[in-house]
Ligand binder design. Structure first.
Ligand code: TYM
Length: 328
């Protein structure tokens, strides 16, 4: 069975973008791959985090993984900071990364271009840590939204560089980006990614949003004056985004939805999207609440950590030997 690995940062609350671009696919793939899914809390601290909030977001993320349908019998779910090998291999890979290639990473480039101050060294080097996350587990595939593809490509470069220098050590992973929904856009500015860190809460649907509030956000989503429900990302980014959301949540192909709305206006269309999002969140939150009150979260992580630690430890020992850290 081929192996697959991915993770999400517990910063802020999870969005519908995280679900459609990432979690939905983890769930779909867990039957056919050996699946590893983790909570990337070491990545979260590349920007300042409040201790209590970080703890809550971490627990929520584990519960949401389960509520979305990840099955701990099939998928290994673990907490990054509990496996110290991530930091160990992360450092070794930082020492094999060039400043130039890290400077080309979009997130860092965007932040510096905006003139943001207080950017940490961790934010600059985090793609190398992400490479360690992936390479520790010999992942063949990494399912991610389109914004993370660049990091998986860097991971491939670092793995190849290391293998060339020290001999065959790492599996070269491939990014797996879904055809529909690899980038869900803000409801208020449909040219921008829907993001946990958006300052305008109306642009983002949180998985823990009150379902009625989420419906209202869909109803007030920015569209256009063309008046035809069709997929045209250039001229109708708002409507195209809503089509993607509806298709991802129902499985109905975009073309079929467009066909159903021939000659109809945006009002009816938004109502349907709003209802589907409402139902989706209602069911999800019901399961989330059950999971939180059942206390299962701790056990899931203990079991997952144990399995992950064993694999990560073996890989780091191999790496240490290859680079000359093991002297006896
Ligand atoms: P993060 O936490 O920003 O996002 C988690 C996943 O959600 C996807 N995503 C989206 N997909 C579609 N539309 C959106 N609007 C949207 N917003 C987010 C992301 O592409 C991602 O797949 N560095 C990673 C976490 C990470 C990781 C890893 C992932 C750390 N180590 C190893 C894979 C493998 C991150 O910040 O994702």
């Amino acid at each position: 069975m081929k192996r697959m690995l991915s993770g999400i940062k517990p910063t802020g609350r999870l969005t519908l973008g995280n679900y459609i671009g990432a979690i939905r696919n983890f769930v779909a793939y867990q039957d056919d791959y050996e699946m590893f899914v983790f909570i990337a809390n070491m990545h979260a601290i590349t920007v300042p985090q409040d201790k209590a909030e970080l703890k809550k977001n971490t627990k929520d993320l584990i519960a949401l993984y389960l509520a979305c349908g990840l099955n701990p019998e099939k998928a290994t779910i673990f907490l990054q900071s509990d496996i110290s090998e991530h930091a160990e291999l992360g450092w070794i890979l930082i020492c094999n990364s060039y400043i130039g290639e890290l400077q080309r990473m979009t997130q860092y480039k965007d932040k510096t271009a905006k003139g943001e101050t207080g950017i940490t060294a961790g934010l600059f080097t985090y793609p190398s840590l992400m490479a360690a996350d992936i390479l520790l587990y010999d992942a063949d595939f990494v399912p991610v939204g389109v914004d993370q593809k660049q990091h998986v490509e860097l991971t491939r470069d670092l793995a190849e560089r290391f293998n060339n220098r020290f001999g065959d050590t790492f599996v070269i992973p491939e990014p797996l980006v879904t055809k529909v929904g690899a980038k869900i856009y803000s409801l208020q500015d449909p040219t921008k990614k829907m993001s946990k860190s958006d300052e305008n809460p109306k642009g983002t649907i949180d998985l823990l949003d009150e379902p009625n509030v989420a419906r209202k956000k869909i109803m007030s989503a920015v569209t256009d004056s063309i008046g035809i429900v069709q997929y045209d990302i250039e001229n109708q980014p708002g409507i195209s985004n809503l089509l993607t959301i509806l298709s991802s949540l129902t499985g109905e192909p975009i073309n079929d939805i467009v066909h159903r709305y021939t000659g109809k206006g945006y009002g009816d269309f938004k109502k349907e999207v709003g209802q589907v999002v409402f139902d989706f969140l209602t069911n999800l939150q019901l399961r989330y609440k059950e999971i939180i009150s059942s206390g299962v979260v701790e056990k899931v992580i203990q079991d997952g950590n144990e399995k992950a630690r064993h694999i990560a430890h073996k890989k780091v020992m191999k790496v240490k030997k290859k680079i000359g850290f093991q002297i006896f």
